[in-house]
Design a protein around this ligand. Structure first.
Ligand code: C2E
Ligand code: MG
Ligand code: MG
Length: 638
């Protein structure tokens, strides 16, 4: 009897079923489909073996029963092909479309099944060679080959939308089947097709359906890959979920000594294990994601975890680690905040980086409000990139007045983005986003280059301008290449470096301060001078002025305004001015809006005045006009 192959296949499938059943599955649709394929294949092999046995023992069974059994086997063969097709499409087309497809194709499949069952079948039995042939078999082979080809077609057509491992596994399965069907067609005695189905299941199991591969070995929770699949499945099926992402991977946790991390992670794993009603995922080294069916469950779990961290934990841990242990949380309430699973994964990535960069933000609710903000940010980011591409980045100049020479000796260069409709986007809307994404480096270079171009082309020195101030972002100062890049640009435009004054703001980090200082020294050696911008905006530190090689200090608009509103502020500004000038530095007051303010600050001895009283930031042409008129008239007044 030629059933050894089928028996082997059956044993393998039963073993796979055994291992499969031993593990927890997360409940994905593909898991259901895989189980369906596995059962169908087992039934197919059992019927295959049974048909050979019945044919060999025809004497004991009525002929119609043997033929009916053989046809049942053929039907199960077709069913296996059909299940494989549905399994392949579930990934490529999503659940909803596959359900529609199953409904539509189900009728066709049933019709083909009835046809196979009604068509005649012939049985060949000669010694140990046994096989069936005739119209019913031909119909089965044709439909099976068609199913295989359609499956291959879909995996080719929609292959990019599929999990690449699934695509590969399905292709291998289908190819094995086609080859075995071809061999069986040429040599009817070799009954390969049922066994080939079993081989396909083996490939699927080891490539992607082994539940063991979905489990994180250390914790026994589902792993990150399974989380991605799970979210995709939930979005496809339209089911709402709530989740908590809990991470220790932030600035606080970085202070924890490495040898304590293992202990802490063990404790946190136990804590997560105790959270009721949750599907647990270990989504990164120090990160867990818990999925719930309702917001109430999520809130209960959040309170439970947070309480543990807030109180008992810190007391317990005091002996182990001296730092406070503050994880960060992303809470995703149910509801359609994201359009797709990919978008949701993008939100998680984005808000995670937000928490890592801002340690004080340790709970972020990913709800409609925060998502709307993120979307606005994305729109702005795209607008910045497009503006850079289309060269719609412009530089405006705000004149700066010298109280000593009574002339406009300088200007601050301020970036603007012009929208396609001609309107202007102010820097307050895009600079923070450009800084967050690092785009500020390119944007800053572009502004600097435009200013240099302006200086060489329009020679503002002929109208009395002595230097131009240009803002440097903290992010730019972090780049070691800054000094080289800026001096290269000055070389390119043959700029006298004394014409350039770069504005820096205070920066907190010591690591960064070193790079900033290196950059500053290199540029000062080249001939450039520096200003300290935004002095008095809350984070000012007098030591900073002493430490940093700046030539000018710029009083923030708030500080200037406060001078006219409170006596205390008046003393502070006065004392600061004395100290700064005592150090041999110059002072600029920003945000001067009235003649009285100008007079008072002049009386105080402030060196330079910048503000709307003289002019708002204006385009280069208007700035030159301004200089021609104002500096000429000031000269006449002298
Ligand atoms: P900043 O460097 O402190 O620039 C001064 C800001 O105060 C400018 O706003 C200016 O228009 C505004 N201002 C000046 N005088 C007055 C006044 O009398 N009244 C009022 N209400 N405002 C006044 P702007 O142009 O919107 O720039 C805002 C900030 O954006 C700048 O503050 C600077 O931090 C940043 N920025 C602008 N251009 C650049 C750039 O090219 N690179 C970088 N990194 N940052 C820039
Ligand atoms: Mg500035
Ligand atoms: Mg300023």
């Amino acid at each position: 009897m030629n059933i050894q192959m089928q028996v082997c296949g059956l044993i393998i499938l039963v073993l796979i079923l055994y291992f499969y059943k031993r593990q927890d599955t997360v409940g994905l649709y593909t898991e259901t489909l895989f189980r369906r394929a596995l059962y169908t294949c087992i039934i197919c092999l059992v019927l295959d073996i049974l048909s050979v046995v019945m044919i060999m023992s025809q004497a004991f069974f009525p002929g119609w029963l043997v033929r009916a059994e053989c046809k049942l086997y053929l039907l199960s063969l077709g069913a296996t092909g059909y299940v494989a097709l549905v399994y392949a499409c579930a990934d490529a087309y999503g659940l909803t479309r596959v359900n529609q497809f199953v409904k539509r194709m189900g009728i066709v499949a049933a019709a083909v099944g009835v046809l196979i069952f009604l068509l005649p079948i012939h049985i060949y039995c000669e010694g140990r060679d046994v096989y069936t042939y005739g119209p019913s078999c031909i119909a089965t082979y044709i439909s099976a080959v068609l199913l295989i080809l359609v499956t291959l077609f879909y995996t080719a057509k929609r292959g990019n939308g599929m999990n690449p491992r699934r695509r590969r596994a399905i292709r291998i399965w289908m190819t094995i089947w086609l080859i075995s069907a071809g061999i069986q067609l040429l040599n009817s005695q070799v009954l390969l097709v049922g066994f080939a189905g079993a081989l396909g299941i083996v490939v699927l199991f080891f490539e992607l359906e082994n539940p063991e591969a979905n489990i994180d070995r250390n914790t026994g929770f589902f792993n990150a890959r399974t989380f991605t699949d799970y979210i995709k499945y939930k979005y496809d099926s339209g089911e709402e979920i709530s989740c908590i992402l809990l991470s220790l991977d932030n600035a606080h946790a970085n202070d924890i000594r490495v040898e304590h991390i293992v202990d802490i992670m063990e404790e946190v794993t136990e804590l997560v294990r105790r959270v009721p009603e949750a599907r647990r995922f270990k989504t990164d080294d120090r990160e867990f994601t818990l999925v719930f069916e309702s917001n109430e469950q999520m809130e209960r779990a959040y309170n439970m975890i947070n309480n543990r961290f807030q109180r008992e934990w810190l007391e317990d841990m005091e002996s182990v680690t001296p730092v406070s242990l503050q994880p960060y949380y992303l809470l995703v309430p149910s509801g359609k905040v994201a359009e797709s699973a990919d978008e949701m994964m993008g939100f998680l990535r984005y808000f995670k980086s937000h928490c890592v960069d801002n340690p004080e933000k340790y709970v972020i609710m990913i709800d409609e409000e925060s998502v709307a903000k993120k979307r606005d940010r994305d729109v702005m980011l795209a607008a910045i990139m497009k503006a850079m591409e289309d060269d719609r980045v412009e530089v405006f100049f705000q004149p700066i007045y010298s109280t000593h020479t009574k002339r406009f000796v300088s200007a601050e260069a301020l970036v603007r983005i012009r929208r396609e409709d001609g309107s202007i986007i102010p820097p307050g809307l895009f600079i923070p986003i450009a800084e967050e994404t690092g785009l500020i480096v390119k944007l800053g270079e572009r502004v600097f280059e435009k200013v240099c171009h302006f200086i060489t082309e329009r020679c503002p020195e002929q109208y009395g301008v002595e230097y131009i101030e240009i803002n440097l972002s903290v992010v730019q100062c972090e780049a070691k290449s800054l000094a080289k890049c800026y001096s290269d640009i000055m070389d390119k435009y043959q700029i006298n470096p004394a014409f350039i004054n770069l504005e820096i703001t205070e920066s907190a980090s010591i690591v960064m301060k070193k790079t900033l200082l290196d950059n500053m020294r290199a540029l000062i050696n080249y001939g450039v001078s520096f200003s300290l911008d935004d002095f008095g905006n809350g984070q000012s530190n007098l030591n900073y002025i002493v430490d940093m090689p700046v030539h000018i200090v710029k009083f923030d608009r708030d500080m200037t305004q406060a001078y006219f509103e409170s006596e205390k502020a008046r003393y502070v500004l006065q004392a600061a001015t004395d100290m700064i000038q005592g150090l041999g530095l110059k002072v600029v007051a920003e945000g001067v809006e009235t003649a009285e303010q100008l007079r008072e600050l002049e009386r105080l001895g402030i060196d330079y005045i910048q503000g709307y009283y003289f002019s708002k930031p204006i385009e280069e042409e208007r700035y030159l006009e301004f200089l021609k008129v104002k500096n000429a008239s000031e000269r006449q007044n002298e």
